[in-house]
Design a protein around this ligand. Sequence first.
Ligand code: MRU
Length: 366
Amino acid sequence: MHINGKHYRSIWHDTNTDAACIFDQTLLPHELRVLELNSVGDVCHAIASMQVRGAPLIGACAAYGMYFALRSDPSPAHEESAAAQLVATRPTAINLRWAVERVRQAIAQCENKDKAAVALQEAMRICDEDAGTCSRIGDHGLELIHLMHEKKSGNVVNILTHCNAGWIATVDWGTALAPIYKAHLAGIPVHVWVDETRPRNQGALTAWELQQAGVPHTYIADNTGGHLMQHGLVDLCIVGTDRTTTQGDVCNKIGTYLKALAARDNSIPFYVALPTSTIDWTVRDGIREIPIEERDSFELTHVQGIHADTGSIGNVRVTPAHSRAANYAFDVTPARLVTGLITEHGVFEASPKGLQSIRQAMATPR
Ligand code: MRU
């Protein structure tokens, strides 16, 4: 996607420095700074501190982490400890484990080849595949927006999204935002309601992305969605997911569940967009089985922003000094509240049957 008219991916390999380059998302949308990651330690820090974030992107970044680990020490013991370190950085998004396992499988099959070279190749392949996958999610989601546009007799389609599931959360295109970009490019008039998404305000990243792409949007406080839905101002919700279960439950940024409840109460379609790498085939009941990340309460008690007078980025406290705060990062939306799962293979029912169909589609060569 584009920043100031120039195409970027959210992660790339710099052949001169042999580093993985990312945008420091803790500074966005106020400052665009490229960071070079050179070691497994750098990657772990970037993921844990959310310099990189979004399920597919942290997977891609972890794959580079495996490359750095093997470049410095290709022994099986080091590979094992690096994998464990990377997987432990964030507990909810399953892409992290998926990507680390993919690199390890590639290494296991490489016999006498240079392990680090194989890991780098696999990391780059994961990135290329993610970009293609998200583009296809966009194509399938576009059909849904197109149908809504027809239903509305050519009027603007109002879409609500939560968190940031755009290109900066993946390698390119995004998950929930990919169909919106494709609709905009196809000339369908869309307007996006962007949830602020406290406490980390990933909605600001969504607003920044949409602004760069010229997509009309409005930033709203998290609690606004229900009101908008009651007044006919939302036609469709599309969100991402960090982990999807075999019965179709989706675990996404905290607050997603409440949006799904409001959507159901107002008969508004609630779609979830995902690459199949976010499906955890070992988990059925999302509420009971998915570990929910609890982050530092500082993220909740303080708000980061850019100072209106000085232009510097800083934090201000919004709570009384000694109030306890609980910062749950994700929640689970049960399958019954999900209208459909938009994947790279098409749109499927959020149900055990739908997940079986996804599995079949994954096994069928394109
Ligand atoms: O805590 P984050 O910012 O990494 O959470 C990101 C989300 O919840 C996204 O909606 C998700 O990763 C799905 S799609 C990119």
